[in-house]
Design a protein around this ligand. Structure first.
Ligand SMILES: [Fe+2]
Length: 477
């Protein structure tokens, strides 16, 4: 029920108006003066104020101003005894919705009240809609400004990236339409000098020029970025390795509109990689050199077995390759072979080179050499299992070897390979205590004992490389 405040100094008028409106389902409050009306308006919320224009304590027009200032949502209808269009006009200009003249006719008043309330509702809804619209616009404007700021940052950052855009439209096909500051730095050309010119003026590799001329952008590639490592030649003739990415740009109809080339200078990473590789190679060479130096130290004390370790290493690594071991593992076999008798450094030279039969004590000293070698090497962090190879190279499949008496797979493959190569080389070579027995005898020996003393796969590979590939012993270094 709409709440209406009726303000009139004439008691009869305000009572009649109140009764008439109450009968038509309005909730009315009566005020005899503008002062009383102000007091009521301060305490309660009214949707409509019907006020006499001639009030003793305040002009009706001033009253309207104050009421509307206090509550912009309130509707006002003026009631006047005079049919004075001038005053009515002023009241309407001040914001009154309507005015009625005394004596008030019920129908006129009801129509006016109903219209005023409807208009008030519409105006309130309109203001609300306006506010919502403003909030929405303000939100979207803020989002737009944020996007603009982000786009600006991206474009500014993109300037530092090397990119070239080449037109693909019929009239300007192959001409440069964008050339970033980054591209200026990378290639040494001035942007103003190259814009609008054919891309061929940059002397880019054919792969790029062909792409720019649409020759190599097939249907499969359209819409996809294509990346490739290339070498660019700068204006001053320097070569710069780059990662080149091509982005075809399509027109709304799906045709190729332009091609964007983005170049990433990868010279620093290539140089760093090469430097690292060089350092790794230097370290590896130093490591291999150290191993060879240790091997030479042993062999210098034992001239009869000089070269034995190198020959074992070469045969063992050839067997490893024949068995399809990885390059790194074969290299480990080679390094293990070169140094496998390191422990002999602890055996007195006269025992090593003693012709004839050796005593039991001497035999014990000799058979300790794998353990001695292992103890020397065990704390060195090689990229291969060198210490284990050295420790196990005299182990045999049936557990008859030394120093640990390991069986089968307990012996690492590298040591099983070196074990076979060691026997073959030793039998084929001259020793202080016996003459050379020859390759055939050596191969016969390992063949006879394959699966017993020696790994059958290793034996098979070893016989293969002698029989099929005519392997001969040679010095490794
Ligand atoms: Fe040995």
């Amino acid at each position: 029920m709409s709440k209406i405040l009726i303000v009139d100094d004439e008691e009869s008028v305000r009572s009649v108006l109140g009764e008439m409106l109450e009968l038509n389902n309005y909730q009315c409050t009566l005020a005899a003066s503008t002062a009383e009306a102000h007091s009521l308006l301060d305490k309660d919320k009214f949707e409509l104020v019907i006020s006499d224009i001639n009030m003793p304590d305040q002009s009706g027009l001033d009253f309207i101003k104050e009421v509307m200032a206090k509550d912009p949502d309130v509707a006002v209808i003026m009631v006047t005894g005079m049919d004075d269009p001038m005053i009515a006009d002023v009241a309407l200009k001040l914001g009154a919705y309507d005015y009625v003249t005394k004596p008030v006719k019920l129908n006129n008043l009801l129509i006016s009240v109903s219209n005023a309330l409807k208009r008030r509702r519409l105006e309130i809804d309109n203001r609300l809609y306006q506010k919502q619209l403003e909030a929405m616009v303000s939100k979207q404007t803020a989002a737009l400004q944020e996007n603009e700021a982000r786009l600006k940052a991206i474009l500014e950052a993109a300037e530092h990236v090397s990119f070239i855009m080449v037109d693909q439209e019929a009239e300007n096909r192959g001409r440069i339409v964008e050339f970033s500051r980054g591209a200026e730095c990378l290639l040494g050309y001035n942007r103003r000098d190259v814009l609008g010119r054919p891309v061929s003026c940059l002397h880019l590799p054919d792969e790029i020029t062909n792409l720019a001329n649409n020759a190599h952008i097939s249907d499969n590639n359209i819409g996809k970025a294509l990346s490739k490592r290339l070498n660019l030649i700068t204006r001053s003739g320097n070569t710069v390795p780059v990662l080149s990415t091509v982005y075809p740009i399509l027109a709304p109809d799906g045709s190729l509109s332009a091609v964007l080339f983005v170049f990433l200078d990868i010279s620093e990473s290539i140089n760093a990689k090469a430097k690292t590789q060089q350092t790794v190679e230097q370290l590896e060479n130093a490591l291999k050199g150290s191993i060879k130096a240790m091997a030479m130290a042993v062999e210098m004390r034992d001239p009869y077995t000089a070269g034995h370790q190198q020959r074992v290493a070469d045969l063992a690594s050839t067997i490893a390759k024949e068995m399809n071991l990885s390059e790194k593992r074969s290299e480990g076999v080679m390094m293990g072979g070169i140094i496998h008798d390191l422990g002999k450094i602890a055996i007195p030279a006269e025992i090593l080179s003693k012709p004839g039969i050796i005593t039991e004590t001497e035999f014990e000293l000799i058979t300790a050499h794998p353990r001695v070698g292992y103890n020397i090497l065990k704390h060195i962090d090689f990229p291969w299992p060198i210490a284990q190879i050295v420790l196990q190279h005299h182990e045999r499949l049936n557990g008859s070897g030394y120093p640990q008496g390991l069986y089968g797979d307990q012996i690492i493959l590298e040591a099983r390979i070196i074990g076979v190569a060691d026997v073959v080389e030793a039998m084929a070579s001259h020793r202080p205590y016996r003459p050379a027995r020859g390759i055939d005898a050596a191969l016969k020996e390992i063949d006879k004992n394959k699966g017993i003393l020696y790994d059958p796969d290793v034996v098979k590979a070893c016989i293969n490389i002698f029989d099929k590939y005519n392997y001969t012993f040679k010095k490794v270094f």
